[in-house]
Design a protein around this ligand. Structure first.
Ligand code: SF4
Length: 419
C-alpha cells in the first residue's frame, strides 16, 4: 500500500528528531488500531480479526500513557500490573512492530554503532536502537526475568540506566521446591512495593485474585483449543501466531484475552476438518521471510498448527495465595530449566496436535534456540516426524539468505508431500 510506504519512509527520515518520530509512531499505531477495527480482513476467522485489534490496543496503551507504563519481557508476571491498571510495554513485540514499520534496519544499525555486538538477538538490538535514537517513551520502571533469554538482562539493564528508571530482575530458579517458591514470591512482593511507590497507588490483592481467575478461565479455553487441533484448524498466517505471544504471555489475565480464546475455540469448532499438511513451529515464525510467506500464509496445501512458545503454561494458578501461585507458574514454565523439561513439554504438545512436519527457524542471536536444535532432531526422528531447521533472522530482513532458505524449505515440503 502506497500510503503505508510513504508513512514508513517518513518515520525513517525523522528518526533523528525523536520527539516528532515518537509522535509519528504513536499516530501509526493509533491509525492501525482503527483500521483493523473498521476494515477487518474477512479472509480470517473472527478470533484472528479480534486478536489483531486487541494487539494494537495492547501496544497503544503504554505508548500513549508512558506515565502509567512499565517495560517488561515475555515472562514478567504482568498480572500484578494488570491488577493496578498499569500498562506493560512488551519489548520484544515493540521491536516486531518497528519491523512492521520497516525501520528495524536503522534501529539495529544505531545499536551496533553505539557498540552493541552484532551477535546480540535482533529483537534486542532494535529495542536498544530505539533507545539510542531516543524514540522510546520513558516508562516508570522496567522489570525482567532471568528465564531463558540471556539477552534480556543486559538490554534492560543498559536501557534502564540510560533512561534513569527503576529496574528489577526477577531471579527464577529452575528447581521447584517450597524454598524456591518462597524466594520468587518474596521478589514479587518487592516488585509490588516498588510499583506502589512509583505509581503512588496501593496494590489490592483481591484485584490480583480476579486477574488470576480470568487467566485460569482463559487457560481452560486454550486447553480445549489445543485438544481440537489434531482434527481441525482455522485458516491462519504466521503473523497471527506471533500476535498470540501477546495473549499467551504478557496480556494473560486481561478480559480481552479471555474473549479472544473464547472466539478462537468457537472458530476451531466451526473450522473444516484438517486435510492439508499441518506444520508445527518451534519457538518463533519468520513472518517477513518471502518463501515462508508464500507457503504458510493462507496456502492451499499447508496449515500452521501453532508454535510451542504459545503453550508454555496452560495450567491453573492457585487463587488463595495468588503471589505463591504466580511464583509456582514462573518456576514450572518448561523453558526455565534443562532440555529434558522442554522436550517433555514439546513432545506433549506434538502428541496432542499431531503435525505432519515441524520447523524450527533458528533466529539470529538466539543462543538457546540454536543450542537445542540438534537435540530436537533426535526426538522428532524417533517420532518419525520430518523436521527442518533453518537459520535466519525474524526481525532484520537483510539478514536472510533468501535463495538458500527457499531451497531448503521446498526440499522439506517435497518430503512431506511424498509421505
Ligand atoms: S529470540 Fe531468543 S534471544 Fe531473542 S528475545 Fe527471544 S529468547 Fe531472547
Amino acid at each position: 500500500m502506497k500510503a503505508v510506504e510513504i508513512y514508513c519512509n517518513f518515520v525513517r527520515k525523522n528518526l533523528d528528531n525523536p520527539r516528532f518520530a515518537k509522535k509519528l509512531i504513536n499516530l501509526g499505531i493509533g491509525a492501525a488500531e482503527k483500521y483493523v477495527s473498521y476494515f477487518a480482513d474477512r479472509r480470517f476467522p473472527p478470533s484472528h480479526r479480534y486478536l489483531n485489534k486487541i494487539c494494537m490496543k495492547y501496544m497503544r496503551e503504554p505508548l500513549f500513557n508512558p506515565e502509567r507504563s512499565v517495560w517488561v519481557n515475555m515472562f514478567t508476571p504482568t498480572e500484578i500490573f494488570h491488577s493496578m491498571g498499569v500498562f506493560p510495554l512488551f519489548i520484544e513485540t515493540y521491536s516486531s512492530y518497528m519491523s512492521g514499520f520497516f525501520i528495524e534496519d536503522a534501529l539495529i544499525d544505531k545499536a551496533e554503532a553505539a557498540g552493541i555486538s552484532n551477535t546480540l538477538c535482533s529483537f534486542h538490538k532494535a529495542f536498544i536502537g530505539a533507545g539510542e535514537y531516543g524514540i522510546l517513551q520513558k516508562p516508570k520502571m522496567a522489570i525482567t526475568t532471568s528465564m531463558i533469554c540471556d539477552g534480556n538482562l543486559n538490554t534492560f539493564r543498559y536501557l534502564a540506566k540510560k533512561y534513569d528508571i527503576p529496574f528489577y530482575i526477577i531471579d527464577v530458579p529452575s528447581k521447584n521446591s517450597e524454598n524456591t517458591v518462597e524466594y520468587v514470591k518474596n521478589q514479587l512482593a518487592e516488585i509490588i512495593q516498588m510499583s506502589e511507590e512509583v505509581f503512588s497507588q496501593k496494590f489490592d490483592i483481591d484485584k490480583l485474585r480476579e486477574i488470576v481467575k480470568i487467566e485460569n478461565k482463559t487457560n481452560e479455553y486454550r486447553r480445549k483449543y489445543l485438544s481440537c487441533l489434531s482434527a481441525k484448524v482455522p485458516h491462519s498466517v504466521m503473523s497471527f501466531e506471533m500476535f498470540m505471544l501477546f495473549t499467551s504471555h504478557v496480556f494473560m489475565g486481561r478480559p480481552e484475552t479471555l474473549k479472544f480464546y473464547q472466539k478462537l475455540f468457537q472458530d476451531i469448532k466451526n473450522a473444516p476438518e484438517r486435510t492439508k499438511k499441518g506444520i508445527f513451529f518451534i519457538h518463533l515464525l519468520p513472518m517477513w521471510e518471502p518463501s515462508f510467506q508464500q507457503y504458510f500464509n493462507l496456502n492451499e496445501k499447508y496449515d500452521i498448527l501453532g508454535c510451542d512458545l504459545n503453550y508454555d503454561f496452560i495450567g491453573k494458578i492457585g487463587t488463595s495465595d495468588p503471589l505463591k501461585g504466580i511464583a509456582e507458574k514462573l518456576i514450572t514454565i518448561p523453558y526455565n530449566g534443562d532440555f529434558e523439561k522442554i522436550a517433555d513439554h514439546v513432545t506433549g504438545i506434538i502428541d496432542m496436535v499431531k503435525p505432519d512436519g515441524i520447523i524450527q527457524f533458528c533466529h539470529w542471536g538466539c543462543k538457546q534456540s540454536i543450542g537445542i536444535a540438534n537435540l530436537y532432531k533426535k526426538i522428532f526422528k524417533e517420532k518419525d516426524i520430518p523436521f527442518l531447521t533453518v537459520d535466519g533472522d525474524i526481525m532484520d530482513k537483510r539478514n536472510n539468505q533468501k535463495g538458500q532458505i527457499k531451497t531448503r524449505l521446498e526440499a522439506f515440503l517435497e518430503i512431506l508431500e511424498s509421505r
